[in-house]
Design a protein around this ligand. Sequence first.
Ligand code: HEC
Length: 224
Amino acid sequence: MSINVLNIRYSRMAFILAVLTVTLFVSSGCYNTKTGEVKVGGAITFDLPVFPKTGSHAVQVFSEMHYSPAYRSQEVPRILPPEGSVPITGAEVKVFDIENLKMMNGQAHSASYDALEAARVYEVNCQVCHGQNMLGDGPITTLSSARGDGSKVYDGAVPVNLVSERVTSLSDGEIFGYITWGGRPGLAAASRGKESTAIMPQFGYLLTEEQRWHLVQYMRDQNR
Ligand code: HEC
C-alpha cells in the first residue's frame, strides 16, 4: 500500500519533471518544433517527439480523453451510408410525372391510417399556412410583421384552399405529388430537374411517404 503510494508519488514527480524539462527546452528556444531536435549548450543534442501544431495550441502536451476531439451523434463529420443504400423500410421512388402520379393511390398505407395522428401532422406542418379548416387562411396570412409599420409577415402566394373544388377534384396521387414536391410550382420544378422556389416546403424531405398518404386521406375526410 505504502509502496504503491510512494510509486505514484515518484512517477508523478517524474512526470512533472519531464514536463518542466520539455517546457524549459521549448521556451529557451533550443527545441526545434519541426524536427524535435533539442540542443543544450551546444554539447548535448537529443530528440524529443515532434508536437503537432493544432488549433490555437501550438504544443499538445496533454493526451487526456476530454482534450481529444469528440463528435456527437449527427455532428459532422458524419459517416454517410454508401451511395445507393436502401433503408430497411424500403426506398421510396419519388414520382414527379403527373400522369404517373394520377395513377397512384395510398392503399398500401390505408390500414395504418390514424385520423388523430394525421390531424396532428397537419396541425404541425400545414395549419400555419392552410389554416385550421383548410381554407387557406392560416395564421401566417394575417400576421403583422414586427416592424410595426402595418406590413405583413407574409406576402407570398396565397396558400390554396384545400377544401375547394380546385383541390377536391384532384386524384389522390396528384394531391400526394403536390404535398411531396411543394405544390404545383414545386412539382413543376422537380419535373424539370430544378430546385423548387415555391413557398410551400417539399414535404417529401420532411415527412415519410406514409405520413403524406395519410394527409391525403385526412384531407378527403374533411370534405365528407
Ligand atoms: C409555408 C406555407 C405552406 C405550408 C407550410 C404548406 N403549404 Fe401547401 N401550399 C402553400 C402555397 C402557397 C400553395 C400554392 C402553391 C404555390 O404557389 O406554391 C400550396 C399548395 C398546396 C397544394 C396544391 C393545391 C393546388 O391545387 O394547387 C396542396 C395539396 C397543399 N398545399 C397541401 C399542403 C399540406 C398537406 C401541407 C402540410 C403537409 C402544406 N400544404 C403545407 C403553402 C404552404
